[in-house]
Design a protein around this ligand. Structure first.
Ligand code: ATP
Ligand code: MG
Length: 573
């Protein structure tokens, strides 16, 4: 391809709208343009990257026996009502809902469990047709609360989603493992090292799930990965269990007292004022779950884990209570809620809370706290559960020996056991060998194609631009003639371009009559793994320069050997 015949609108200026390096580089490199929040055009270079990522994904899915199909993005509400997810998906607002001319509700596909279950139901009748793994690569729509970071969290994005159907638990485990293997191979081939971590099953239901994370040091890592320094435990913090600590349970119970805490509302302010450690304070946070108000209690030095809390409540939408609700429920402004005397509210406490003797808690009165508060004696806990985030340095919940540490990760894919959640609710059954009707045992498996592509940039770039892994680069080689207006340079460039095409290399010829500096900067910016530079000086010696984008040094090679050398270098990339 010739630069002047394609469309690569590189930008010199730093785009103000982007925070992440990968997002900036996608904009500057002329890969994407924004239409609306979380909605992007994929320009020609990006389209080539997407095609490559998709193709690798396809090959690895096929290798594990997956079969490609394409399902509708426009979906009638009926199938979602059948599975029982319509109301919650609408309430959650992540699904784009629309109405047709006959006033029938539809949505734009955010995921396809319902559609595929509806498709399979009635079509696949016998155990002899199982196992089955179907997948598609398609645009998904989600009205994300915070679309951001370019393609990382879009409202329209490309996903590979696969669904497995098995006759029994054993089969399901095999399908799950096949998908885990496919994912590992896929990310490896894309040049991305991933960690497979245990994850929460969230709105998908079912039991057991893993996510594939690209570990990054940047803000692009929206997930906290919990790891152990002794064993191979790895989990998303949303999921990672905590080990109960009952260290301070021996202290004598003191007398409950109300004390003034003027100008102290936050944990830091209250504990500083009362001169106690944050672990002595029991923090009370009010949530709304449907029309119920819930009080969640954790130690002052801990963070509530809303995913765990929502699971304790049986799923559904969980919202932090607004100040009006807090005032109505506690009779005090935000910052002074506490469990003592709190009525009409379910109190859910973290495992540690009942071990905090003589705690400080809010007194449900403005600028007042209790001291020496003890659960059981002074207030009643309705449910005790693990509802907090694990912290670094704590004991590993898996081996019980190692210490926990954190990494930041980008979730690029995940695999879920769905069990019979969708097949049972939607009546998708098959006949087993005894002639009995059984619901399919299902799994669901997603990869963010566009997120994966951007993650590669988040991992591999320098101050000059992108450094694509070869397998997913839009082109393998860029030919940069430094003075295209010079006859000899132009002729050599054209000759090399033709030879490379004959050798089936994916080559981009920068045939613009731009200054050498501009062309070199653009080549670095768009990140093609190899560059052949043709200038008057080296040409006089019958040579061209070849340089890998990730290396500092270039080498001079004769025109005659150039293509051979490029092929050799590419095979090492
Ligand atoms: P997240 O926790 O990041 O919102 P998710 O749990 O909603 O992800 P799935 O519904 O399982 O993700 O989707 C499968 C894959 O699709 C994810 O692993 C991710 O790579 C990608 N993905 C999900 N949401 C988006 C989005 N808004 N923009 C781009 N890619 C996405
Ligand atoms: Mg999501």
């Amino acid at each position: 391809m010739r630069w002047t015949q394609t469309y690569i609108p590189t930008l010199r200026e730093e785009p103000a709208e982007a925070e992440l390096i990968s997002h900036k580089l996608l904009l500057r490199g002329g890969y994407i343009r924004k239409l609306a929040a979380g909605v992007y055009s994929y320009l020609p270079l990006m389209q080539r990257v997407i095609a490559k990522v998709s193709q690798i994904c396809r090959e690895e899915m096929d290798r594990q026996g997956g079969i490609e199909l394409l399902m509708p993005a426009l979906q009638p509400s009926e199938v979602w009502k059948e599975s029982g997810r319509w109301d919650s998906m609408v309430a959650e607002k992540t699904m784009f809902v629309l109405r047709d001319r006959h006033d029938h509700d539809h949505c734009l596909g955010a995921t396809h469990e319902e559609v595929i279950t509806d498709l399979i139901k009635g079509e696949i009748r016998s155990y002899k047709q199982l196992p089955l793994i179907l997948y598609q690569i398609q645009t998904k729509f989600r009205d994300e609360i915070r679309p951001r970071f370019g393609l990382m969290r879009g409202r329209e994005f490309i996903m590979k989603d696969a669904y497995s159907f098995d006759r029994d638990e054993k089969g399901r485990q095999i399908s799950y493992q096949k998908m885990a293997d496919a994912y590992k191979a896929f990310f490896d081939r894309c040049g991305l090292e991933t960690v497979m971590v245990e994850s929460d099953t969230g709105a998908m239901g079912g039991s057991g799930a893993h996510e594939f994370m690209v570990v990054v040091e940047t803000d692009g890592g929206e997930n906290t990965i919990v790891m152990c320094n002794k064993c191979d435990y790895a989990a998303n913090i949303e999921k990672a269990s905590t080990v109960e600590d009952s260290n301070n349970s021996d202290e004598e119970e003191g007398e409950l007292q109300i004390v003034d805490t003027p100008d102290a509302g936050t944990v830091e302010e209250v504990t500083a004022f009362l001169n106690v450690p944050a672990s002595k304070l029991v923090k009370t946070i009010l949530y709304k779950s449907g029309d119920k108000v819930i009080a969640a209690l954790v130690r002052g030095d801990r963070e509530i884990n809303e995913v765990k809390l929502a699971n304790v409540l049986g799923g559904g939408v969980l919202e932090i209570a607004d100040s009006a609700t807090v005032e109505r429920t506690t009779g005090a402004p935000v910052g002074f809620a506490g469990p003592i005397g709190l009525t009409g509210v379910e109190i859910i406490a973290d495992l540690e809370v009942r071990h905090v003797r003589n705690a400080v808690t809010g007194a449900n009165q403005n600028e007042k706290h209790y001291i020496n508060a003890n659960s059981g004696r002074d207030y009643h806990i309705s449910v005790v559960a693990d509802i907090r985030n694990v912290t670094e340095g704590e004991t590993c919940p898996a081996c019980g020996k190692g210490a926990i540490y954190f990494k930041k990760g980008i979730e690029v894919g995940n695999i879920f056991n769905l069990g019979t959640k969708y097949s049972a609710s939607m009546g998708a059954t098959f006949m087993d060998e005894k002639g009995e009707e059984k619901p399919f045992i299902m799994g669901s498996y997603g990869i963010g194609i566009t997120r994966t592509a951007q993650s590669a940039i988040e991992r591999f770039s320098d101050e000059k631009g992108i450094i694509w892994p070869r397998a997913i680069a839009p082109y393998e080689l860029i030919i940069t003639p430094l003075n295209f207006d010079n006859d000899e340079v132009r002729e050599a460039a054209e000759e090399m371009y033709e030879k490379c095409q004959k050798a089936h290399l994916e080559v981009l010829l920068d045939d613009r009559e731009e200054r050498a500096g501009v062309k070199l900067n653009d080549a670095d910016l768009i990140g093609i793994p190899l560059r052949m530079t043709i200038g008057k000086r080296s040409l006089q010696a019958g040579n061209v320069e070849i340089k890998a984008r990730k290396e500092v040094k270039h080498e001079e090679i004769s025109l005659a050997s150039a293509v051979w050398r490029i092929e050799e270098m590419l095979s090492d990339l």
